[in-house]
Design a protein around this ligand. Structure first.
Ligand SMILES: CSC[C@H]1O[C@@H](n2cnc3c(O)ncnc32)[C@H](O)[C@@H]1O
Ligand SMILES: [Zn+2]
Length: 428
């Protein structure tokens, strides 16, 4: 299958600098094979006219719990610990494979419609989420959530192992991670076992870290160490790690993150809504830590819209740092694209439009009142574009949405069934 995207303004990273150029893109099967003038005789099966569109790498959402859209608008205006312990965890005990299946379909529809081509998910019944990713064509990085339960420990690790055997590398779009929830739900003994499993399988680790002041205070009280130092001492960071949140980190923590090449998945909306605090993103970026972006789940966000995360990453940090230059549009867009690929260890394959990389590409319709006059396309993406401007989404060279129409998902069916399953769980 050969595809050409022509006449678009294409966002490229040239020597790490974002530039927008009028070039055409040639795609063969899953890969980008030409950027520039397409050679005569390329013989495309399909040509996409991207006139008046911005063509850019798809967004990578590096921290989410897709199926939590079951609990969207269900438990709001609460602090993290109350939200988890009083509302969410009791409901999650009643989760079913069917509920996770439909909520994953709906979540993936929301991701595609907002320009996301790949995501890192940590949750339960993840085989369902993997199934949906395979059916719908997106790229999925999946961590079976791990928490310390007397009878669950070995079982959860075994499940991670089975998921790895069954799905890692499947269709070139699935990768398995180990997913210890957090140091306050996983004992040191369990975290050591998780690390040993990650060593054995050669996989990365995804974990929530230093999300709230209380988490840090409790950790210091219990272990005399910050959560970052605690898991570092347990060897977690010897594996490639993506740490979600890292809101309350001190200079020593940042140094550890940098030295251990830990990527931070920054979730500005979730941090704001749960009143968790302001992650010192500018400081981490300046220290050389790779910072990517995530939405967290739709129960703490309450959507999966990466445009909002890009926007907030930029404008919140300007205010926090009292510096209008802090996290400019280009930096925030990189967090949502190439930094996401770096976090997942696939920046040689994803995250930018370059010959040899996978064709995970989105087209943003510039013919919108709120994008006129355009002046600066990077500013447009960061400060005014909406998820509803995403016109076309391509993953692995396949079109998943064209002219706003989802090609692999029956959205009505997904909404109906997710609402039905959510009602069964919540009784509301
Ligand atoms: C073990 S599966 C994932 C687990 O994480 C919970 N969760 C969702 N959002 C957050 C967050 O911001 N901080 C900590 N934990 C979170 C989710 O409800 C699942 O239980
Ligand atoms: Zn989370």
């Amino acid at each position: 299958m050969k595809l050409i995207i022509k006449n678009g303004r294409v966002l490229l990273f040239e020597k790490d600098k974002a530039v927008v150029k009028k070039v055409d893109i040639g795609i063969e099967n899953s890969k980008i094979v030409q950027v520039g003038e397409i050679s005569e005789g390329f013989g495309a099966d399909k040509i996409i006219d991207a006139n008046n569109m911005l063509v850019m790498p798809g967004f990578i959402n590096t921290h989410t719990h897709l199926a939590m859209n079951l609990f969207r608008n269900y438990a709001d205006d609460m602090l993290l610990q109350d939200w988890l312990t009083k509302k969410i965890w009791p409901l999650e005990k009643k989760l079913t494979a069917e509920a996770v299946y439909w909520a994953s379909v709906l979540g993936i529809a929301e991701l595609i419609k907002s320009g996301v081509t790949g995501f890192l998910d940590m949750y339960f019944f993840v085989e369902e989420t993997i199934k949906v990713a395979l059916e719908t064509g997106v790229r999925a990085y999946i961590a079976r959530g791990l928490t310390d339960e007397p009878l669950g420990m070995e079982f959860q690790l075994k499940e991670t192992k089975e998921l790895y055997r069954k799905f890692d590398g499947k269709d070139g779009r699935i990768k398995i991670f180990a997913g210890p929830h957090a140091p306050y739900t996983c004992s040191p003994r369990y975290l050591k076992k998780v690390k040993a499993l990650a060593d054995e399988l050669g996989i990365g680790i995804h974990i929530h870290l230093s999300e709230t002041r209380q988490e840090v205070n409790d950790s210091i009280k219990q272990w005399r160490k910050t959560p970052i130092k605690h898991v570092y001492d347990l060897g977690i960071f010897e594996r490639p790690t993506i740490a979600a949140h890292c809101v309350h980190v001190d200079d020593d923590d940042i140094q550890i993150l940098k030295e251990c090449n830990v990527s931070v998945a920054y979730n500005p909306t979730s941090n704001l809504k749960l009143a968790s605090g302001f992650a010192p993103v500018e400081k981490m970026v300046k220290a050389g830590v790779n910072v990517s972006l995530g939405t967290d789940g739709a129960s703490s966000n309450n959507n999966l819209n990466m445009f909002e995360e890009i926007h907030l990453a930029s404008i919140v940090n300007k205010c926090v740092n009292n510096d209008a230059v802090s996290i400019p549009a280009e930096t925030a867009i990189k967090m949502a694209t190439i930094n996401g690929a770096k976090a997942l260890g696939v920046d040689g394959e994803l995250g930018s439009i370059d010959v040899g990389k996978k064709a995970d590409i989105i087209l943003i319709d510039l013919n919108k009142p709120h994008l006129c006059p355009l002046h600066n396309p990077l500013s447009a993406v960061c400060y005014c574009a909406q998820a509803s401007d995403v016109h076309t989404v391509i993953v692995d060279g396949k079109i998943l949405m064209e002219n706003y129409e989802l090609k692999t998902i029956d959205l009505e069916k997904a909404m109906y069934n997710t609402a039905r399953c959510a009602q069964k769980l919540t009784g509301a």
